[in-house]
Design a protein around this ligand. Structure first.
Ligand SMILES: Cc1cc2nc3c(=O)[nH]c(=O)nc-3n(C[C@H](O)[C@H](O)[C@H](O)COP(=O)(O)OP(=O)(O)OC[C@H]3O[C@@H](n4cnc5c(N)ncnc54)[C@H](O)[C@@H]3O)c2cc1C
Length: 402
């Protein structure tokens, strides 16, 4: 376990009182705040430590399935800026349109995080921003965390029975508790003016395998603006590919957004013991990301729900079992398509017959195993295409140095 030296020049802030039921959540973003809120609602004493000085993360346009509404209920509404009712898929001169029975939601990340923070505080959690987690070590009762006040470097010792790491893809909590680092891929998107021929309730996806084994997207966030982006394998190439694609589509970037996203390559057990204390991971810190599309909001919220259940039920959580199955199906889909060439995508688009589109319309990306099963029944040739993809795999899902 990593245990960093404290700077002798830094004076120490007071040490917190120990109570085995205390929970310390590191990371005040979607997964951490949702966990905090669920635990505080059940009477747990919860402190959230967020390294940013205020809960005002950079604006980011995200697309999620309607499953977010099931998870967050009315709290979801404040961050929804648009709804998507159909997808248009393009590859090498061919296209297909897939209508959605339940619209996808376009959300603004900052509004989501602020809404979740308000909810957590109402439930009784305290949120301490400008506080960076540094290191942890066990003591005879639980875990002692070293938390640094970012403004002046003062350190506080925080005692907790349970620690939740919601601190993202490069989680320091995970490293400190002994989890290995995660593989990541670069995601870059540009905010652009929507092309005139594009309806604000339609998202576009292009499969261009010579640029990326994933895909490009253009997602309207309003009648006039949208986010055009891609997931790549190497950072510099990904940005260059995006710039060339923007040029090809004659779209002017208004601003760029980007970061590295963890790649789910296998289920990561979410709990480790540190002495007598328990450490859990949620969200990107545990690679709870659908690797077929690299979406992590809904799966991260589900991970938070699962970890909250596990903490409250002494380890058991049905949600974590269901999430694992879901993430594994996405891994299978990603592996089957990762080496597709242009001809494979063309064949795939050609195979999207009406009954198959109906399955895609009926079930969301957060119910992948249901889609897979129905597609198997309605268009077996798609399954054969996927199996061929699995058998001819060569490219790794991520590169060691992005
Ligand atoms: C440009 C872009 C577009 C995306 N689009 C989509 C999309 O359309 N749909 C979708 O579902 N997903 C999308 N994602 C992925 C999604 O944003 C992430 O999966 C999700 O935000 C992960 O949430 P999280 O709470 O697990 O972690 P994060 O949002 O990464 O939050 C981690 C938090 O921990 C804090 N922290 C880190 N270290 C410390 C420390 N030592 N001490 C204290 N605090 C710390 C950070 O400041 C941060 O607030 C996108 C990502 C990017 C970059």
């Amino acid at each position: 376990m990593a245990h960093e030296q404290s700077n002798p020049e830094n004076a120490s802030l007071p040490t917190s009182r120990f109570d085995a039921g205390n929970v310390a959540v590191i990371g005040g973003s979607a997964a951490g705040l949702f966990t905090a809120s669920l635990l505080a609602r059940q009477g747990r004493q919860v402190r959230v430590f967020e390294r940013m000085e205020s809960l005002e993360p950079a604006e980011r346009t995200l697309i999620v399935t309607h499953r977010m509404r099931h998870l967050l209920g009315r709290r979801a509404e404040g961050c929804i800026v648009n709804e998507i009712r159909r997808f248009e898929l393009f590859t090498d001169g061919r296209s297909a349109t897939v209508p959605l029975k339940n619209p996808d939601l376009i959300i603004e990340r900052r509004a989501l995080i602020q809404g979740l923070a308000d909810e957590a505080v109402r439930a009784g959690a305290s949120i301490e921003s400008g506080r960076r987690f540094h290191a942890m070590h066990p003591n005879d009762r639980g875990v002692v965390l070293e938390i640094e006040r970012c403004s002046d470097g003062l350190r506080e010792e925080v005692h907790a029975g349970t620690v939740v790491g919601g601190d993202g893809a490069a989680s320091r909590v995970a490293r400190a508790a002994g989890w290995p680092p995660l593989a990541t891929v670069p995601l870059v998107q540009a905010i652009v003016r929507l092309p005139r021929d594009m309806s604000p309730d339609t998202a576009r996806v292009w499969f261009v395998p010579q640029d990326t084994p994933y895909f490009y997207w253009l997602i309207p966030e309003s009648p006039t603006r949208g986010a055009l982006g891609l997931i790549g394998v190497r950072g510099s190439q990904t940005r260059r590919a995006l710039e060339q694609f923007l040029e090809k589509k004659r779209l002017e970037p208004i601003e760029f957004q980007g970061a590295r996203i963890p790649v789910y390559t296998r289920w990561i057990p979410v709990r480790r013991n540190v002495g007598r204390g328990a450490v859990y991971l949620v969200g990107d810190a545990a690679a709870q990301v659908k690797v077929s599309t690299v979406g992590g909001i809904v799966t991260g919220l589900r991970g938070a729900l699962g970890v909250a259940q596990a903490i409250l039920n002494g380890g058991a959580s049905h949600e974590l079992q269901r999430l694992r199955r879901e993430l594994d199906v996405h891994l299978l889909l990603r592996k089957s398509m990762h080496d597709f060439e242009q001809a494979d995508y063309s064949y795939l688009v050609d195979l999207l017959n009406d009954p198959t589109k109906q399955s895609l319309a009926e079930y969301s990306r957060d119910e992948a195993w249901k889609i897979l099963w129905r597609v198997f029944l309605r268009q077996p040739r798609l399954v054969l295409l996927g199996i061929r993809g699995l058998l001819t795999r060569g490219r790794p899902l991520s590169q060691p140095h992005g």
